[in-house]
Ligand binder design. Sequence first.
Ligand code: ASP
Length: 450
Amino acid sequence: MKVAKFGGTSLASAEQIQKISAIVTSDPERKLVVVSAPGKRDADDTKVTDLLIETAKARLTNKDGQAELDRVVERYAAIVRDLGLPDTALEPIAADFNERLSMSTEDEELFMDTMKAGGEDNSARVVAEFLRESGFEAHYLNPGDAGMILSDEPGNARVLQQSFGKLREIKDRPGITIFPGFFGYSTAGKIVTFPRGGSDITGAVLAAAVDAEVYENFTDVDSVFVANPSLVENPVAVDEITYREMRELSYAGFSVFHDEALEPVFHAGIPVVVKNTNNPQAPGTRIVPERAIGERPIVGIAATDGFSSIYISKYLMNREVGFGRRLLEIFEDEGIPFEHTPSGIDNMSVIVRDAFFNSATEERVLRRVRTELQVDELSVERGLALVMIVGEGMHHTVGLAARACIAFSRSAVNLEMINQGSSEVSMMFGIKATAIPQAVRSLYHEFFEH
Ligand code: ASP
C-alpha cells in the first residue's frame, strides 16, 4: 500500500483535483490519500489556511468574521462548481464552516485550531465526493475516528505514540481512504493542529502506521534541487537523498518538507518520493535510508537567516567546571533554544534564532550573564545566517572544507563561524545574512559546476 499526500497547490482548483484523481486511480496501491487545504492558484492568491486564520482573528477581535469566511466558502464553491459536482455538495461545506465560526471563542486556541482544521477537513470531503462521482469507491475518514491522537499543544501538536496501533486499522478499509492532513484530536477530544505545513506530518505518520511501501509526497515541482532555484539558475535535481541529508538541509532552510515530517518514516525505514502533481511522469526525488555515494560528495546546499550570536569570553574559562551549564541554563530559563555553541579555550558563542531572542530577552540574558557569570567580554551579533553543505560522502572525502573556504574567499564572503565535526554529513558556516546569495552561488559553482 502506498500513502500519497497532496500539498495545497494540488488542491487549489478543480483542475488540480482532477489531476489528483487521475494520479490516485492510476495505481491500485494508492489507497490512502492525505490532502492539504486549497493553496494558492497563482502567486497573488491566498491559501485557504491563511484565509481561515484571518477569519478566526476577525472573530477574536469582536468582529463577526463573516466577510472573511465568505472568501473561504467562495473558494470551495468555485471548486465544487468546476468539478461538476451537484449544487447540493456545497451546502454541508458552508454549514460546516459557519458552525466552526459560531462556536464559543472562550478557549481562543481551540477556536483558532478548529477554524484552521476546516480547510483540510472540507478539502478531504470534496476529493472523496469527486472520486465517488467519478465511479470509484472512496471514503472520507475523520482523523478522530481513525485514532490520530495528538499532544494538547494548539498549533504546534505532536503525534502521540498511542495513535499508531489504531491507525494501522486503516489498512483494512475498503476502497480509497481520503484523510485530511494537518490536524488530529487531543486525548480530551479537542481539535489540535500540527505546526504550519503539517499535512506532511499527517502523511508520514500514516505511512509509518500502515507500514506503507512508500510515502509519496506530491507537490508542484519535479524534484528537490541541490540549491534554492531562486538563488541559482537551473540547479541540478536530486535523484536520491538520505533522511539524514534531508533533515540537515531542512534545518537550514530547504523548504521542501516540514522539519518534523520525516521522523515517523525515518524510524520505520519507509522511502519517501517527492513528486509533481503537474508532471507525475517525472521520477521525482527519492528519500531513502541509505544511498550509494556517487561522484559528488555533496548532495545539497542550503542557507537560512534569522540568527544571532552571543559571544562570551572569560579568562581561564576552560578551568571553570560548570560554566557552560550555567550559561545555557540562563537561556533555558528564558525559554530560548540554543542552536549551536562553538567554543574556544576562554570563549564560547551561543547561536540562537532571532524568533526567540527579541530585544527584551536580549537585555535580560545579557544582564544575567554579566552578573551571574562575571565574564570579561560579552557582545551580541545580529543579522547572521547559516549556510550548510550536506552530503553522506563528506565523511570520506578530503579537502571539502578547503574547497568551501576557497569558494567563499573568491566571492568575498566573510566567515564568522565554521562548525564541522559533530555531524558526519554536514558542514556549517556562519556568515552575514546579506551574503547569502554570493555564498550559495559560489558553493554551487565549486561543487556542482566542475
Ligand atoms: N494547510 C496547512 C498550512 O497551510 C497545512 C499544510 O498545507 O500542510 O500550513
